[in-house]
Design a protein around this ligand. Sequence first.
Ligand code: HEC
Ligand code: HEC
Ligand code: HEC
Ligand code: HEC
Length: 502
Amino acid sequence: MNKKRSPLLNWVLFFATLIVVFFLGLLASSVTERRAEQQTTWKPEVQIAKFEPRNEVWGKNYPTEYNSYEKMKESNFRSKYNGNAKIDMLEVDPRLVVMWAGYGFSIDYNQGRGHAYAIEDLRNTLRTGGPTGPDDGPMPSTCWTCKGPDVPRIMNEEGVAAYYTGKWARLGAEIVNPIGCADCHNNETMELQISRPALVEAFQRQGKDITTATHQEMRSLVCAQCHVEYYFDKHREGAEGANYLTFPWDNGQSVEAMEAYYDAKEFSDWTHKLSKAPMLKAQHPGYETYLTGVHAQRGVSCADCHMPYMSEGGKKFTDHHIQSPLNNVENSCMVCHKEKTAQLINDVYERQDKIIENRDILEKLCVRLHVEAKMAWDLGATDAQMKAVLMDIRHAQWRWDYAAASHGASFHSPVEISRVIAGGINIAQEGRIKLARLLIELGYKGEVPYPNITTKALAQEYIGLPMEKLIEEKETFKKNLLSQWEKEAEAREASMPVIYNK
Ligand code: HEC
Ligand code: HEC
Ligand code: HEC
Ligand code: HEC
């Protein structure tokens, strides 16, 4: 059994190994050489100026990221509750019309979709009305702030307080590029950077310096420029007459802390048309609610799930197709989780289903509160009799909206959102007990009838919205002012040079 190998075979094996090793080495060196070549020969095609708002100009230097960014125009994915398709939420859930009676959202509200649509959707929504000139229309200029990279450009030209002053229509020909590169990146270094002052100022008021944020924190803070709760401060010192964009974080970011902030200022977004309650509209406290969830607590950033690393031709890059991660579970979740795709999707749906079950209960209670409060007013209730009830309505609906508008929060932070909704249900029931007592005092017996609001049209009719007129004004705006904006913007951008490197 210990027959020796012939010396000749040993030599052959020796030289064969030598040759294989030699060629492997050659291959490896050519690969690294080519990598180095790629790095040294990569030359930016164009010069990107400070405040360059045109995404396609940045795209010339970074085509891989730009191509993935362009996919945000897709409108073909629906998960159980979210996705990038345009969905009329008032049609899906007509109760919303009554919840927001007296406020723009009762007129028109669609599900959020890709960043590429930010400008188009804002122009088209009935909420921005049908302005006929720069000083006309229901919305202030501040409404543009989370829509795109022309905003930092104009803030730089006009000054921040001046930018926040005047009507939305004032900047229609200026703010035309949807959310993009200059919103998150430095033009020279490509480092992540904060372009919106409201976030920096909110940190300052809390005694924090945003420039000391870690790289991993920045991968969430770039999103926190927009995906947060905010309001327009009309009384800001040194900015009189402005609608100054402000985050209500001075007492903290919980639902109670922000409520206490608003209550102390006696701030309200609008007075409810039926109940006359001083209402708060939660915007989209996505960042605040994410912070209370397990992923944030384990250091997972927004970008980890919504902008996962991808690879193309051996090159690793950050996917700029920001979307529902359920459309890309393999890259978004499986870096950390070993479960199957179906299991992970099921985990998300399970949390969403359970939360939405109770959120719907709170929503129905809020509708009842508004309707019953209206009945009390109709029967001659006084301000003093209604005061405590109206605060309950304000606080209950704030909790409902905080849970609903913080898009994704039933997955980002299911435990906290369940707590918020439970608190809302309790406040709503307390309010209804007070109302029941008051209605008896006012001589009303029995149950206040629940309105027939089974469709969007019925609900809008119930709260007395002149929909035909609003739609007509919008169409006139599109034909006249909007096409004028588009022409002006085109001419202005044509005169902005693109400097190619030689
Ligand atoms: C400059 C403001 C701004 C910034 C910065 C921003 N967003 Fe958005 N985001 C928006 C707006 C506005 C929409 C809704 C656009 C629409 O519906 O027209 C949106 C929509 C979304 C959607 C829904 C897209 C879909 O297909 O369903 C997701 C997800 C999202 N953003 C995540 C993020 C993440 C993650 C970050 C940070 C990496 C981020 N956003 C940064 C303003 C912003
Ligand atoms: C909502 C914020 C946001 C926007 C808008 C955005 N980026 Fe990024 N970008 C990021 C994040 C987050 C990273 C990852 C950075 C990191 O971790 O260092 C990144 C990374 C990059 C990188 C580094 C290489 C890589 O792929 O990781 C390039 C280049 C880049 N982005 C180009 C662009 C271009 C071009 C645009 C506009 C078409 C753009 N980005 C728009 C957030 C954004
Ligand atoms: C960068 C890593 C990372 C990524 C990416 C990530 N997770 Fe997690 N996930 C974690 C960690 C860490 C925990 C906490 C587990 C622990 O500490 O025991 C967790 C916990 C969870 C939990 C249980 C927490 C709860 O709410 O009860 C679920 C469900 C979950 N992840 C789903 C997902 C899904 C779905 C995705 C993709 C959209 C995803 N995760 C992406 C790291 C990650
Ligand atoms: C652990 C992974 C994970 C992290 C971290 C995370 N998200 Fe999400 N996000 C999800 C999942 C999963 C959904 C649910 C998608 C669905 O229902 O289709 C979601 C939903 C959303 C939505 C609604 C999407 C839609 O299609 O309308 C927005 C907006 C959003 N997230 C923004 C953020 C922001 C901003 C942050 C950071 C502050 C963040 N997310 C952090 C996984 C994550």
